[in-house]
Design a protein around this ligand. Structure first.
Ligand code: UDP
Ligand code: MG
Length: 245
């Protein structure tokens, strides 16, 4: 199988069916085989039922159901590790980065890149933009957060948080078991581990359409900060050390 698309979903009943429909429409027009894996992250709404119905009518769709909410990072890790594809992409359920961006990953994988990530920041990739932007306070905290991330963890990437990241099977299977963060800091941890291993990371420009029903509140920014501190501590103490590589 060529591509696995992992979709973490927490209380996404409103748009899940429509967006999975869009993902599937795109994927079935491609000339490769694929699977879509929805990871229901302990949703309290009708997400589970909708996902079950979708899975029943589409043989390319798998569902992982978790009773308890653990965070996007945990859901993505689980999806990436249970996937079968030679390439494995995770994408937000709200279609903020549309699935069409997948067109752009292949040129990089064919040229030996191990990871391809989307960015909303033109400093990472020319043409990147928030076509429908996040609210101003999020953009502001995002910039501050990136300063912290760049000084403590990963240098040179201005948008570590975009919900569109693709991996080779090998990169996914090597990185994911090393990760310890279950929520939003997960994206940073992935990049830190990838850099230690020496993986080649490509950044593609993303056209972001912000979805109003975001799960990231002000609390999320604070807990992400603590997660970055934990990542720094792990780095200092050699938790992601070079022993396997
Ligand atoms: N998500 C998840 N578990 C959580 C919170 C979010 O699986 O505890 C999923 C959510 O359903 C979505 C993705 O993570 O597919 C990104 O969440 P959201 O769209 O709220 O993030 P934002 O757009 O604000 O970055
Ligand atoms: Mg979103």
């Amino acid at each position: 199988m060529r591509l696995s698309v992992i979709v973490p979903a927490f209380n996404e009943e409103e748009n899940l069916a429509a967006n999975i429909g869009k993902f599937n429409d795109y994927l079935r027009r491609q000339n490769y085989d694929y699977e879509i894996i929805i990871v229901n992250d302990g949703s309290a709404d009708g997400t589970k039922k909708i996902a079950e119905e979708l899975a029943a009518e589409n043989k390319n769709l798998k569902l992982i159901n978790n009773k308890k909410n653990q965070g996007k990072g945990a859901a993505v890790r689980q999806g990436l590790l249970s996937a079968r594809g030679e390439y494995r992409l995770f994408i937000d359920a709200d279609n903020a980065t549309s699935i069409n961006h997948t067109d752009k990953i292949w040129a990089f994988f064919n040229n030996g890149y191990d990871i391809v990530i989307g960015s909303r920041n033109p400093r990472d990739a020319e043409g990147a933009r928030q076509a429908s932007p996040q609210p101003i306070w999020k953009r502001f905290l995002g910039i501050c957060g990136n300063r912290v991330i760049q000084s403590l963890a990963v240098k040179g990437i201005y948008d570590t948080q975009c919900g569109f990241k693709a991996f080779t099977k090998k990169a996914a299977e090597k990185i994911m078991p090393e990760t310890t963060i279950n929520r939003w800091g997960f994206d940073v941890e992935i990049l830190v581990i990838a850099e230690i291993i020496g993986y080649k990371i490509a950044v593609i420009p993303v056209r972001w359409i912000n979805s109003p029903n975001s799960r990231v509140g002000i609390k999320g920014y604070f807990s992400s900060f603590l997660e970055i501190i934990k990542i720094k501590w792990n780095l200092i103490t050699g938790k992601y050390g070079s022993r396997h590589w």
